[in-house]
Design a protein around this ligand. Structure first.
Ligand SMILES: Nc1ncnc2c1ncn2[C@@H]1O[C@H](COP(=O)(O)OP(=O)(O)O)[C@@H](O)[C@H]1O
Ligand SMILES: [Mg+2]
Length: 459
């Protein structure tokens, strides 16, 4: 438009000048005034042409540069999105994309304490698991923890975050993960029957042993090989996924915490799942990476036995006071000392045969080392990897009292005064008296007991 205007102005000025020269020629003949007007007119006409030429050249250069910037910008954007993909930087999805991918959130893969997870397929054909966190304060906190912990992590045994989506500040949050086809470990060690979706059954001994190594490697990476140490804080079979080759993938970073390399432990409000929580949570002695080691040990025992660590036996009646708790780690500890370890192995594995007794012994010893009540006695996860991978003979662990864990695993039930033969006040007193870590004594245990129990997820 600008160009058109300038051209019209230039053309009309040239025409006016030529007309002026012609009129001057007619009226003034070949007088000196005419030559003056003629000279001035020609000069102005030349100036107008020069101006047009410069302007045209300038416009041409500007357009050339604009198109160059545009193509460079496009290239940069392509390069950037390629780099994001290669580096595994999560993408921001639109809600509509997730709605289409999950067919309006129809296929439920699983449900935990804080979220529902749906199967989906992205427009480029990538199968995904979409985790929907409903936003109350806790949902938002877990969303942030999960994104900040896992966004930049790259490890074969850790679930990969592909992207996220926030609808509006008050709306649900979504996390988009790689779809892990064989679901979670619990359905492969506890389940007695095959599930209709094929994601469950009895995992062989060899695969269980390899899962133990995979999980240990993932935790070792989080604890020792990341820039700031990451504590998972919710290690349990429901949060360990199995891919198509039954390699373990650690998932669910909703409760995770970052810990500075120079810090030896951190104080935080008690969260997590009963039965996998290390005693130091309750004693408010501060948690550390050794708290994950403890939960890992608990998972190992469940894998070996093919059973939950805590179960209760009904004694013929529905009266709750007649149910008796059975705490599997205690049985394992006793059998280990009696040298009868094969008695605690999952009966289905014994029936199918092919179990290496040395591996059973090694795994049990590692597990009992990991659940030592004194955090300083537990091995680091890198040491666990070494013991399991290199097939070392692992020394028999010392006896561990298990007073606190015994108590922690029990369902909160106000109507039931006795737990495993302990009276509640006695347990609180035991907690207060227990010195879990000799150089870090604290007497607030009885207080923290009351607070703690209300904050835990049953399972
Ligand atoms: N990437 C995934 N692929 C397949 N199944 C998954 C995936 N992520 C989660 N699940 C299923 O959903 C369940 C709950 O997911 P999780 O992230 O642990 O949620 P929550 O934070 O509520 O515990 C898991 O136990 C598992 O069965
Ligand atoms: Mg979970």
């Amino acid at each position: 438009m600008e160009d058109k205007k300038a051209n019209i102005v230039a053309a009309s000025s040239v025409i006016t000048l030529i007309t002026l020269i012609v009129i001057a020629r007619v009226c003034l003949k070949l007088s000196s005034t005419f030559f003056l007007i003629f000279g001035a007119g020609i000069a102005v006409i030349l100036a107008v042409f020069a101006w047009l030429l410069i302007r045209h050249h300038y416009n041409f250069r500007r357009k050339q540069m604009e198109s160059q910037y545009k193509s460079e910008g496009r290239e940069l954007r392509i390069e950037y999105s390629f780099l994001r993909k290669v580096a595994g930087v999560p993408t921001k999805f639109r809600y509509k994309e997730l709605e289409d991918a999950t067919d309006n959130f129809t296929a439920l893969l699983g449900q935990g304490a804080s979220a529902k997870v749906f199967k989906g397929i992205l427009s480029d054909g990538t199968p995904v698991a979409v985790k929907r966190l409903d936003v109350e304060e806790r949902g938002d906190r877990e969303f942030r923890s999960e994104v900040s912990a896992i966004a930049s992590l790259q490890h074969v045994n850790l679930v990969r975050l592909l992207g996220y989506c926030c609808v509006n500040p008050a709306g649900p949050r979504f996390l988009v993960y790689d779809f892990i086809s064989n679901g979670s470990l619990d359905s492969w060690i506890f389940s007695r029957k095959l599930r209709p979706n094929g994601r469950g059954g009895c995992l062989s001994w060899d695969l269980r042993y390899r899962v133990a190594i995979d999980v240990a490697k993932a935790l070792s990476y989080l604890h020792h090989d990341c820039r700031s140490r990451i504590l998972h804080l919710d290690v349990k079979p429901e949060n360990i996924l199995l891919d198509e080759n039954f390699r373990a993938i650690v998932a669910d970073f909703g409760l995770s915490r970052l810990m500075g390399r120079e810090e030896s432990n951190i104080l935080t409000t008690i969260r997590g799942t009963r039965g996998y929580l290390a005693p130091e949570w309750l004693l408010e002695h501060g948690i550390s990476e050794k708290s994950d080691t403890y939960s890992y040990g608990m998972v190992l025992l469940e894998m070996i036995g093919g059973r939950r660590n805590v179960s209760f036996i009904e004694k013929g009646t529905h009266d709750k006071s007649h149910r008796k708790w059975h705490y599997f780690p205690k049985t394992v500890n006793e059998k280990m000392r009696e040298g009868k370890l094969m008695e605690i192995v999952d009966q289905r594995l014994i029936d199918s045969g092919g179990i290496d007794e040395r591996e059973v012994k090694r795994l049990v010893h590692v597990a009992i080392w990991c659940i030592q009540e004194r955090a300083s006695l537990r091995p680091s996860m890198s040491h666990v990897v070494e013991m399991l991978e290199r097939g070392l003979v692992v020394e028999q662990p010392p006896d561990t009292q298990m007073t606190i864990v015994d108590f922690l695993t029990v369902d909160e039930d106000e109507s039931q005064p006795h737990i495993n033969g302990h009276h509640r006040p006695n347990i609180a007193a035991a907690l207060a008296a227990q010195q879990v870590d000799s150089n870090n004594e604290n007497s607030s245990s009885a207080y923290s007991y009351a607070n703690a129990m209300s904050a835990l997820t049953p399972r």
